[in-house]
Design a protein around this ligand. Structure first.
Ligand code: UD1
Ligand code: CA
Length: 454
């Protein structure tokens, strides 16, 4: 059967107290709505229809790259009205999964269960039993069969005792949506068109209403304010951390680990506390990441050890390298195997060959360094003249003395030596020594200045 996904995302989200529309608030680095769209895509939905209202153009442009149909709900007259505005674009046949843009963690598995359970009934719901159900729509059953959903504000005292709630996630036949939605009324406590009223309509039509429960409760948690957003972030992170540990990752403390994207790992990867992984990151076998590192869109090959507080963005690191502490690898940093990058070393758009070392206080930008070279403490590639960037080339087995400035464009040959403190503006030939500094001045028995007496 063809499946459409309808995502309700027109609400204002007033309680976020933010200029950003609620569905664009990030969970694990991705907008709430992005999570829902991603899940819809995994289900191979034939079409994804998103209902927007508040901040519509911002929401649409955030997802300009996605194949989503947008339908405007100019006035928010209730969840039933929201789905009703999709009818002009909703197919007559097939079924629709109805999701909320602010319920980001609903899983593919739970939705698949819902689709299976609804296949023969025409309508199905995801419900959940909560110790405190107040505020939610309640599931009214008779002899175990669902009869209706009653909103908290419309519920009687007895109905308010019901612990089974409507999570706001449904699967409904499109033919029935076309039939039922135009018949909704707003004669209720909130004066809204309630989508939940279609359940009673289904019963009146002699249909059965099926239901499934989510595997984990946080899947159906909604976000209305920043407190809930932060709480859901922790649950989402805990879930990701658990999956990684089940894959064999040694997380020293899963409650102090954040993944905002996708992490691919080899065997026996160890990650210390307060590490943040962003975008797409790959860590090879036996990689160790020290405390406080931030690693974004980076590949680190087997056996490499990263010391605390190192920051990576779009870097590629080979095997058995040693990075940090306090190293910064910026976009285009490409380190071969066994490279050592030490504290306060910044590498940008630079490739470094096998076993080369830059261990202290160095900037390597727009450079190419061969194998087995040693870059002394405080070396700077002067790659920028204020207008243009130039390249520095350093050969194999070169030795750059401490506190040297290499003014690009410049080439330091294989086996060449640069004396400490040099400002190198001309190429240095293979196996030669270049020193650029004034001769040391000396004066014997030098009388130091004395304090003047007043
Ligand atoms: C709704 C359900 C309730 C359920 C609860 C679960 C109804 C009448 N009630 O209540 O049974 O327990 O969700 O969280 O459906 N929206 C629009 N346009 C509108 C109104 C809402 O797009 O005109 C969107 C909101 O942005 C939100 C979703 O629909 O994403 C749910 O709306 P909300 O107002 O939060 O519904 P509740 O009153 O919480
Ligand atoms: Ca809600």
């Amino acid at each position: 059967m063809s499946t459409s996904v309808i995502i309700l995302a027109a609400g204002k989200g007033t309680r976020m107290r933010s200029s950003l529309p609620k569905v664009l608030q990030p969970l694990a680095g991705r907008p709430l709505l992005g999570h829902v769209i991603e899940t819809a895509k995994k289900l191979h939905a034939n079409n994804i229809i998103t209902i927007y209202g508040h901040g519509g153009h911002l929401v649409q442009s955030a997802f300009a790259h996605e194949k989503v149909q947008w339908v405007e709900q100019a006035e928010q007259l209730g969840t039933g009205h929201a789905v009703k505005v999709t009818l002009p674009v909703l197919p007559q046949t097939g079924q629709s999964l109805i999701l909320s843009g602010d319920v980001p963690c609903i899983s593919q598995d739970t939705l698949q269960k819902l689709l299976d359970a609804s296949a023969n009934t025409g309508i199905g719901l995801v419900t959940l039993t909560l110790p405190d159900a107040s505020g939610y729509g309640r599931i009214v059953r008779k002899n175990g069969q669902i009869q209706a959903i009653v909103e908290h504000k419309d519920a009687s005292d007895t109905q308010r005792q019901i612990k089974e709630i409507n999570t706001g996630i449904y699967c409904v036949s499109n033919a029935k949506l076309h039939e039922w939605l135009p018949k909704l009324s707003n004669d209720n406590a909130q004066g809204e068109y309630y989508l939940t009223d279609i359940v009673a309509m289904a019963i009146a039509d002699g249909l059965q209403v099926s239901s499934v429960e989510p595997e984990r409760a946080f899947e159906v948690e909604g976000v209305n304010d920043r407190v809930q957003l932060a709480a859901l972030e922790r649950e989402y992170q805990a879930d990701q951390a658990k999956k990684l540990m089940q894959q064999g990752v040694h997380l020293i403390d899963p409650s102090r680990f954040d993944l905002r994207g996708k992490l691919t790992v080899g065997n026996d990867v160890r990650i210390d506390i307060n590490v943040i992984i962003e975008g797409e990151v790959e860590l090879g076998d036996h990689v160790e990441i020290g405390a406080g590192c931030v690693i974004k869109n980076t590949k680190i090959a087997s056996g490499t050890k990263v010391q605390p507080y190192s920051v990576f963005d779009s870097a590629i690191v080979g095997e058995d390298a040693q990075i940090g502490p306090f190293a910064r690898l910026r976009p285009g940093a490409k380190l071969a195997n066994e490279v050592h990058i030490g504290n306060f070393v910044e590498v940008k758009n630079t490739s470094i060959g096998l076993g080369s070392k830059a261990n202290h206080f160095t900037y390597l930008g727009d450079a190419e360094v061969g194998a087995g070279s040693n870059i002394g403490a405080g070396t700077i590639t002067c790659n920028y003249d204020g207008a243009n960037k130039f390249k520095t080339t350093i050969g194999d087995a070169a030795f750059i003395g401490s506190n040297s400035s290499l003014v690009a464009p410049v080439t330091i040959g294989n086996g060449a030596t640069v004396g400490a403190g040099s400002v190198i503006t001309r190429d240095v030939a293979d196996y030669s020594l270049a020193v650029e500094r004034s001769k040391q001045f000396a004066k014997e028995n030098y009388p130091r200045p004395q304090k003047i007496k007043k």
